[in-house]
Structures are given as C-alpha cells and as structure tokens.
Design a protein around this ligand. Structure first.
Ligand code: ADP
Ligand code: TRP
Length: 333
C-alpha cells in the first residue's frame, strides 16, 4: 500500500453475531489500517443483509451488534468514518445506474451467488445483483483500497470491471479501486474444524455471555487420545485456535506439552478460555456499556453518515451530469 496515506473503504454485513473468525480475518486489520492513519470509511452493509435476512428484528439487532462491536473493539470515530449504509441512500441510486452498464455474464460468473444458492438461500434478485450494490458502495467514495477477505476478491474484480465500463461509456467519474486482501490469517477454524462461519453453527462469538463462550470452547471437537498419551499439536482444533491468541513462547510451550503427553485437551481448552478473556475482556465490557448507551452509538453513526453522505452526494452530482440524468435541483443551479 506504500507509505502515503490512502483512502480505504470496507463494508461489513450485519448478518449474524460477530465471531472470532470475523475479528482475526477482518476487523483487526480494519482497525490497524485506521491506526496507521489512512482515511478510512467503514460501513455496516444493512441493504446487503436483506439478501439473506427477512426478519426485521434480526436486521436491527445485528446492525446494533456490529456498531457496538466495532466501537468496543477500538474503532475511533475521530479517526474512521463509521456509518450505516442505509444512511447514504444515494448508493441505491448509483446501483441502478451501474446495473445499466453491467453485462449479465459478469454477474452470472459470481461464485458467491452460486455458493449462497447452494447453501439454501433463496435466489432473489437482490442476491444476484449484490455485486452491483457493492460496486456502488465502493465507487461512490472513490477509495484507493478495499480491504476484504479472499472470499470477496471476485466482487472487487466485478467492481473494477463496472468502473471501467462506466468510465468508457460515459465520463471518467470513478477511480479504479484495488483490493487489499486480508490473508494474514487465512482461515480461522470453527469449533468443529471446518471454516468458522455462522452458516455452519461452529462459531465462538465475541459478545456472547461468558456461559455461552465457555460452552462453545468446551465443545471444540478433539480426538479421543487419552490424557496421558502424546498428541499431535498440528492436528488439533484447540491448538489451532490457541495459535491466534498466544505469543510464540506460549505456543511452543503448549506444543511441547502436547508432544510430551500428560496434558489433556481439557487443559488446553481451559487456557484458551483464559486467552479469549485476556484478549477480549476489555472489549466485552465496553460492549456492555454501549448496550446501555444507544444514544452515543447513534450519534457516532449519524456523524459518520453526514460525512460519508457529503462525499457520496458530490460523486452523484458528477454521475448525474455524466449520464444526462437531470433533477429539479440541478436544473435550478
Ligand atoms: P460468515 O462466514 O460467518 O458468514 P462473513 O462472511 O459475514 O462470515 O464474514 C465477514 C468477513 O469476516 C469475511 O469477508 C472474512 O474476511 C472474515 N471471516 C469470516 N469468517 C472467517 C474465518 N473463519 N476465517 C477468517 N476470516 C473470516
Ligand atoms: N460483501 C461484503 C462481505 O460479505 C460486504 C460488503 C458490502 C463490502 N459492500 C462492501 C465489502 C463494499 C467491501 C466493500 O464481506
């Protein structure tokens, strides 16, 4: 990314509870880019969540969870512009305009759509058009980089294609955004050893009650090697998760204990729970405080939206002029 400060943009879908896969795979890097002093725009992708959720209570609750979660984990609203997608409705207007320069085969190739249908999500038009709305989200803020997990790489490529198509068809309004792939932690395993994902029900959630976190950690699947026997630290889910939390010295110590025998998986789970508390204890307390202060959270999101919307509206003025779309306001100017 280089030394110079860049404009960074990313979105997070409020489609479930935040889990440690989200943290190590995405949130931590979002916060790091913020502390490095880049100009960050992070938003809660509320419109996108409607492609998979249809319960209003859930949409609202998960939106609140992402808002509180990011703030509790260290998002500083003075350093990053943090807002709800819904508070910048211009993106839906842009999504329509971009739809009209998006070739069907570009969307038909998207694996995320095919994966979601394979998982049993009903294939509505929103799900199919999802990458166009994502392109609008990105292009409207003219960012240099879009930090996303590997799974989102194709959506950024679609955005790049749409950017080029629009600029060639009309005028050069949009910048060419680059993905910034967050593969530092390739895949965080879930408690059953598959990729941690809310769709597999194998998550350790960041802000669940202590009882539920403990329950999830104790339920991590292990083999049946007896306590006294040596164990392979490279073939165990508890150890795989511990590697995310512990420093090098502690990882080496636990690998030694595994290989020597006499340490049970239960011991490792107990330590993992402590590590979880050491890492997230403060954020979890802050999260509870924010639950009791919804006005603060709303104020942060409203201020973020005001700033983001000004950027979006300026881009839309250019887009409308470039496409010949006239509004009463623009005629009067
Ligand atoms: P889920 O798989 O639970 O539905 P999302 O797709 O909503 O999670 O995740 C949002 C982002 O969090 C992803 O784009 C990815 O960057 C990150 N992420 C989610 N699960 C993991 C995981 N198990 N390992 C690493 N990163 C993850
Ligand atoms: N599709 C992204 C995900 O599921 C969320 C998202 C929506 C996004 N709009 C975006 C990410 C714009 C980056 C930029 O993770």
């Amino acid at each position: 990314m280089g030394e110079k400060k860049k404009r960074i943009l990313s979105g997070v879908q409020p489609s479930g509870k935040l889990h440690i896969g989200n943290y190590f795979g995405a949130i931590r890097q979002h916060l790091r880019l913020m502390s490095e002093g880049h100009e960050c725009f992070y938003f809660i992708a509320t419109y996108h969540s409607l492609t998979s959720l249809s319960d209003a209570g859930q949409v609202a609750a998960y939106t609140d969870e992402v808002a509180r979660g990011y703030l509790a984990l260290g998002l500083d609203p003075d350093k990053a512009c943090f807002f709800r997608q819904t508070d910048v409705p211009e993106v839906t207007e842009l999504a329509w305009i971009l739809s009209c320069v998006t070739p069907m085969p570009l969307l038909q190739r998207c694996v995320s759509y095919k994966d979601k249908v394979a998982q049993g999500i009903a294939p509505n038009h929103g799900l199919f058009a999802y990458p166009v709305l994502q392109a609008a989200d990105i292009l409207i803020y003219k960012p240099h980089f879009v930090p996303v997990g590997q799974d989102q790489k194709q959506h950024i490529e679609v955005t790049q294609d749409i950017q080029t198509k629009f600029n060639n068809t009309f005028e050069k309004v949009f910048h060419y955004p680059e993905p910034y792939i967050l593969d530092e932690v390739a895949v965080v395993p879930g408690i059953d050893g598959r990729k941690m994902s809310k769709s597999y029900n194998n998550t350790i959630n960041l802000f669940d009650s202590q009882k539920d976190v403990k329950k999830a950690i104790m339920a991590i699947v292990t083999d049946s090697t007896p306590l006294e026997d040596p164990k392979d630290p490279d073939k165990d889910n508890v150890m795989a998760l511990m590697r995310l939390f512990a420093d090098k010295a502690e990882i080496a110590e636990w690998e030694g204990r595994y290989r020597a025998g006499g340490t049970g998986y239960g011991h490792a789970k107990k330590r993992l729970l402590e590590q979880f508390d050491e890492t997230f204890g403060t954020a979890r307390e802050k999260y509870r405080d924010l639950e009791n202060d919804p006005d603060y959270v709303n104020d942060v999101l409203a201020a973020g939206a005001k700033k983001a919307r000004a950027v979006a509206q300026a881009t839309m003025d250019e887009v409308r002029a470039a496409t010949g779309l006239v509004t009463a306001a623009s005629v009067r100017k």
